[in-house]
Design a protein around this ligand. Structure first.
Ligand code: P5A
Length: 444
């Protein structure tokens, strides 16, 4: 792709309306465009990143055996009246009337709708567990949408739902998602910490928020630093192994401010291990037993002939919010350098040729390199403009492809100037560049 032909509307300076670095960068490099308060269009660069995040989220859901469905954005109010949440949800719900005067709404979440789907088909414990997810737009009429796509009104969420026969089985499902979330965020190159949290309008007794550290985050957290040393490497998708993994995480005090108790924190965490800071909530999981299945009559036949309401949980990941969260974690604001993790980068590599009016040598060489990279499934962007060299580098540093090839006036035979963003450049052959990038892509 040539930068001259791409739809990447770059701004010279930071837009003044943006208060945090992710919002600034996203507007600056034209990843998004606001269409009305808290509602955004996703332009090519932003869309590419979001779709790559979505792919990883999807793969990790499939890996634990969750089945993908797609529910609509518009729901009927009927099911929300059945669960009792139609009134409770309040002003955040966008209510709509259709031409027959029926009360509809733009779904802020899908517990009711998925319970309705479940109850119409599943009648026996033999079909359990059922784990279902979809990735779909949500709408919440937030009172103060802010920070761009971080807290907006329309946003893209992966939401999964589990249906089990008993509390014990439901706990197993919960733990599968717990593990899957840790793996998902790791693949996105983020350290997300599970923290005991309140359940708010979703309800239930057990809940964890997955939080990445960032000064600009909206969640205040209190944690034991040792939790950062844990890994999920030895966890298997099996009941006891998952229980142990969760115990391992829960042994260290880690809570959001709603759950914070000063005396407990001070009793359980030595002074040197205490960390009080802020973070961004990128995922949130809930266990709420029969909160929805009971009022909505979602029950199954049990082995002895009795019936019981299924035990449910729900599990969300903010797919669109993650775009901003990765920027918050990776963008070097001072030097104006972004380096996307290769797994979600809008381009794998930027080719930056020095272009003189009457000499096409560098651009010709860039074109050849591009074709060779393309053959190897490496997605490159060429800056074919005749801007000066330093402004080209500046622009590519903002776009954030993790690698760059710089083609100066005199090219040096078969050796190319190659740079991993944030590191020194080196002179190497194209074949080695392909090898380095391919290896990184496979790993991620
Ligand atoms: C879990 C899945 C739920 O809605 N029901 C279905 C449960 N949880 S939640 O915590 O309310 O949302 C899940 C994740 O969605 C992201 N998110 C948002 N992203 C951008 N703008 C918003 N206004 C917004 N609200 C929620 C968060 O990442 C959250 O963890």
């Amino acid at each position: 792709m040539y930068i001259s032909k791409s739809f990447i509307p770059i701004l010279k300076n930071n837009p003044s309306e943006a208060k945090i670095k992710s919002h600034q960068l996203m507007l600056r490099v034209g990843m998004i465009k606001q269409s009305s308060a808290g509602i955004y269009s996703w332009l090519p660069l932003g869309f590419k990143v979001m779709k790559k995040i979505e792919r990883i989220v999807r793969e990790e859901q499939n890996n634990i055996g969750v089945q993908e469905i797609l529910m609509p954005t518009i729901q009927s109010s009927e099911i929300w009246k059945e669960s009792g949440r139609y009134e409770d949800y309040g002003e955040e719900m966008l209510r709509i009337k259709d031409r027959q005067d029926r009360e509809m709404l733009y779904g802020p979440t899908n517990e009711e709708l998925v319970t309705d789907i479940f109850r119409s088909s599943i009648k026996s414990y033999k079909s359990l567990p059922q784990l279902l997810y979809h990735i779909q737009w949500k709408f919440r009429d937030e009172i103060r949408p802010r920070f761009g796509i971080m807290r907006c009104r329309e946003f893209y969420m992966k939401d999964a739902y589990s249906f089990d026969v008993s509390d014990e089985e439901a706990n197993f499902s919960y733990n599968k998602f717990f593990l899957s979330y840790l793996k998902t965020f790791k693949r996105l190159n983020l350290t997300a910490i599970p923290m005991a949290a309140d359940t708010g309008p979703i309800g239930g007794s057990l809940s964890h928020e997955f939080i990445i550290l960032a000064d600009t985050g909206e969640s205040k957290i209190f944690t034991d630093k040792r939790v950062f040393e844990l890994s999920t490497d030895d966890a298997k998708l099996e009941k006891n192994s998952l229980l142990n993994m969760r115990k391992k995480y829960e042994q260290y005090y880690s809570v959001t401010d709603e759950k914070f108790k000063k005396d407990e924190f001070e009793k359980n965490v030595s002074e040197k291990n205490r960390l009080i800071t802020k973070g961004i909530e990128v995922g949130h999981i809930f266990y709420f037993g029969d909160k929805y299945s009971k009022p909505m009559g979602a029950s199954v036949d049990l082995p002895g002939g009795k019936k019981d309401f299924v035990k449910m949980g729900s599990y969300g990941i903010g797919v669109s919010r993650l775009v901003g969260a990765i920027i918050e974690a990776k963008y070097d604001e001072k030097n104006e350098v972004m380096k996307w993790p290769i797994s979600v980068a809008p381009y794998d590599i930027a080719i930056i040729p020095m272009i003189n009016k009457n000499d096409n040598t560098a651009l010709d060489q860039a074109n050849k390199i591009y074709l060779e990279l393309e053959k190897n499934n490496i997605d490159a962007i060429i800056d074919d403009t005749d801007e000066n060299f330093s402004s080209k580098i500046k622009k590519m540093n903002l776009i954030g492809a993790p690698y760059q090839i710089i083609i100066g006036k005199k090219s040096d035979g078969h050796l190319l100037e190659f740079k991993e963003v944030g590191k020194d450049s080196q002179k190497i052959k194209l074949q080695n560049i392909i090898k380095i990038i391919t290896e990184q892509k496979v790993k991620n």
